[in-house]
Design a protein around this ligand. Sequence first.
Ligand code: AMP
Ligand code: MG
Length: 358
Amino acid sequence: MTSARTNSSPGPLPGGGGAGALTAVRDAARVCRHVQMSLDQVRAMTKDDRSPVTIADYASQAVVARALAGDAATVGQVLVAEESAESLRAPEHATHLAATVAALRESGVWEDATPDDAIGAISAVGDPLAFDDDRPWWTFDPIDGTKGFLRGQQYAVALACIRRGRVVLGIMACPNLSIDHDASVEQADPRGTMYLGAEGEGVVEWVLGRPDGRRVRPRSSPREGAAVLAESVDSGHSDHSLSARIMSSAVGGEEGGGEHRVVRLDSQAKYAVVARGQADAYLRLPAKRGYVERIWDHAAGSIIAREAGCVVTDMHGRELDFGRGRGLEANAGVVVAPPGLHAKIIAAIGGMYAAGTP
Ligand code: AMP
Ligand code: MG
């Protein structure tokens, strides 16, 4: 479809970060996959239905935090992530801690990890508002798309480097996404795909765990057939009926009624699916008034789409501002699409607002 094999390896990481960051995300994905393959065992051990997410979250964050702190290129750069170690330290969560350490060891990613190691690594998180403007810092989502993870469907492990409010590097593992752009995203792939996007350098994708990459070509012309909209599975995360109306107006012109298909998947894998041309647009429209998007849900994905030639803004056409703390405080929702369609979607939204509340 939109890519050609170049057999080039991802190479050094521009914009901050050594190859350690790449290995870290790959390893974090390995731990997540290990936990996903033993969902029932983990649940039985902790007597808690959501515990596989908790454990994989902690283990994934521990792996990446440890790697960034141990790499000469990134040591001292602050990590902003969702999990804190406080709850894992509490005596009532002893089984979660034991399962987290077991996942780190049994996956082979951190074979001599101890409970103190895991807690120590997870504790290393900072507050972006306290950072020096010029220093790059990192944001990480250890498991984005937790519901997809529990269903055995799409989820992502997403790390990004931010400088002066702008994402300069994104590394995203999608452990259940096929590298075959024609394969259904609803079907979990046993190999998975990994993405690296760096400012001004484009995007490379490769099979998770294999070093040979291929460049994702920027999208130029629209595909044939009905436009494809990618959106959240969870209608509490994005307003499905509003996105249908917006797409129909954007694709169909003034009379609306343009045809489109919808593909629903969890996590910021949606950005990759648009970047590689499998979908034409990703819309995320606030289902709850005033919801502020978290930076780690968008940082890595947004640069991957941007570097593949897509435009990434909020629903009012404003650039995403990653310099406001842990939330995208200056934005509302997200619109991702190649330039022509993006402009039509923003115009359709503007038209709806001009005519009253959409
Ligand atoms: P997705 O898989 O695209 O549906 O998004 C998953 C992400 O949605 C999670 O990582 C949450 O941080 C985020 N989230 C939680 N509540 C909301 C909400 N009300 N609106 C939008 N996103 C949300
Ligand atoms: Mg998330």
